[in-house]
Write a protein that binds this ligand. Structure first.
Ligand SMILES: Nc1ncnc2c1ncn2[C@@H]1O[C@H](COP(=O)(O)OP(=O)(O)O)[C@@H](O)[C@H]1O
Ligand SMILES: [Mg+2]
Length: 361
């Protein structure tokens, strides 16, 4: 094990559909991240995979063997929960070794494995402490150790970093990714944090309201989002959206609204007179104090220095749009500026079809 396969997986709590029609194959040894806003069905999905929650319908198989009828302890998975309740009266070593003790593994073997796992997580010096004498990050490592001490085909991790402060989280991201490489096992990772999803995953499955929106590599999801939801959820600050109309001008396709007249890439649909949403990421908006051929006039609302970059909020035809530019950038609010959108980094969406992309694949 293993490949984890979900077919038309569905979970309905009384009067509330948490997961709907979920088809997903998590490949053997892949790091797949389920990402989406709070309440979109990530935890429910993970709990169904590990057997803590029974699906309403659909099937789950590990390496083509259906496991839906098996209890959690008969599935070849280990899970790390968001609230990693450690046993308060047990030492770190006892916490980490607990699963093996339950499996009646001989003590010498448990000690050896606990030492090994503790070493790999950098907590070998804490083995005799109890949880209350540990920092948040140390407790997190113990929780991870408790899961990885078991040799499982798949490791399921539900927001394991969400209780850590930002700096520790960034450090643990790298460590988890390294752990995945070392263990060489299937990881299904759940987070609401798109940065974690982008930085750690082989593939990302983006969910909204219990429904899978797109499953692809981080680059693919970022550069070719399937719809406006994915486009705005992945990336920070979020992609800008401008509403307007598509027109054919000569043999060009143009996006036009009161402020913007912009050539756009070829798409899949007849553009004439069609309402459309133009998407552009803040890093693909260029800002100048002099107009150029296809620039659009805008006004600075406010500038926020981020260190090496400056985040600008600009007024463009009555809408606010964000641009990320290199530091230093100094200008007073209301300064007139001119925006150019990077032509080959534009996205078009269809507001009539739930914001599906109109950009050619
Ligand atoms: N035991 C439960 N009973 C009723 N509703 C639940 C239960 N668990 C989750 N839900 C609902 O299912 C939806 C998905 O929840 P969850 O899977 O926890 O989302 P996420 O992990 O993405 O935040 C939410 O609307 C949540 O309120
Ligand atoms: Mg959750």
């Amino acid at each position: 094990m293993a490949e984890v396969r979900l077919d038309q997986l569905r979970k309905e709590f009384v009067g509330n559909v948490a997961v709907e029609g979920l088809d997903l194959i998590i490949r053997d040894r892949e790091f797949l991240t389920l990402v989406g806003p709070s309440g979109c069905g990530k935890t429910t999905t993970l709990r169904m995979v590990c057997g803590l929650e029974k699906s309403t319908s659909g099937s789950i198989s590990f390496d083509d063997v259906p496991v839906g009828h098996l209890p959690a302890n008969r599935r070849d998975v280990a899970m790390v929960f968001q609230s990693y309740a450690l046993y308060p009266h047990k030492t770190v070593a006892q916490n980490i070794g607990f699963a093996l003790k339950m499996m009646r593994v001989p003590k010498a073997e448990i000690d050896r494995r606990v030492a090994e796992v503790a070493e790999s997580l950098g907590i070998a010096n804490l083995l005799e402490r109890r949880p209350k004498a540990l920092s948040g990050g140390q407790r997190q490592r113990v929780a991870l150790g408790r899961a990885i001490i078991r040799d499982a085909g798949a490791y399921l991790l539900d927001e394991p970093l969400s209780n850590l402060d930002a700096q520790l989280r960034a450090g643990m991201r790298a460590e988890l990714k390294r752990l995945h490489a070392d263990l060489s096992r299937t990881f299904i990772y759940v987070t609401h944090d798109q940065v974690e999803a982008m930085t750690m995953s082989d593939r990302i499955a983006v969910m909204k309201d219990g429904v899978l929106q797109q499953c692809a590599s981080p680059t693919e999801v970022y550069e070719h989002p399937a719809n406006m939801f994915v486009a705005s959820f992945m990336g920070s600050p979020a992609m800008n959206f401008l509403t307007g109309e598509l027109r054919s001008v000569g043999n060009e396709r143009r996006f036009i609204n009161s402020a913007v007249d912009q050539a756009v890439p070829d798409g899949t649909l007849d553009p004439v007179g069609r309402e459309a949403v133009l998407g552009v990421r803040p890093e693909h908006v260029r800002v100048s104090d002099v107009p150029s051929d296809h620039s659009a006039p805008a006004r600075l609302f406010i500038a926020e220095p981020l260190g090496s970059e400056v985040l600008l909020t600009l007024e463009l035809g009555g809408e606010l749009i964000k641009a990320k530019v290199e530091a230093p950038f100094r200008a007073e609010p209301d300064t007139p500026l001119h925006l150019t959108l990077t032509p080959n980094r534009l996205h078009l969406f269809d507001p009539a079809a739930d914001g599906q992309t109109l950009t050619a694949p």
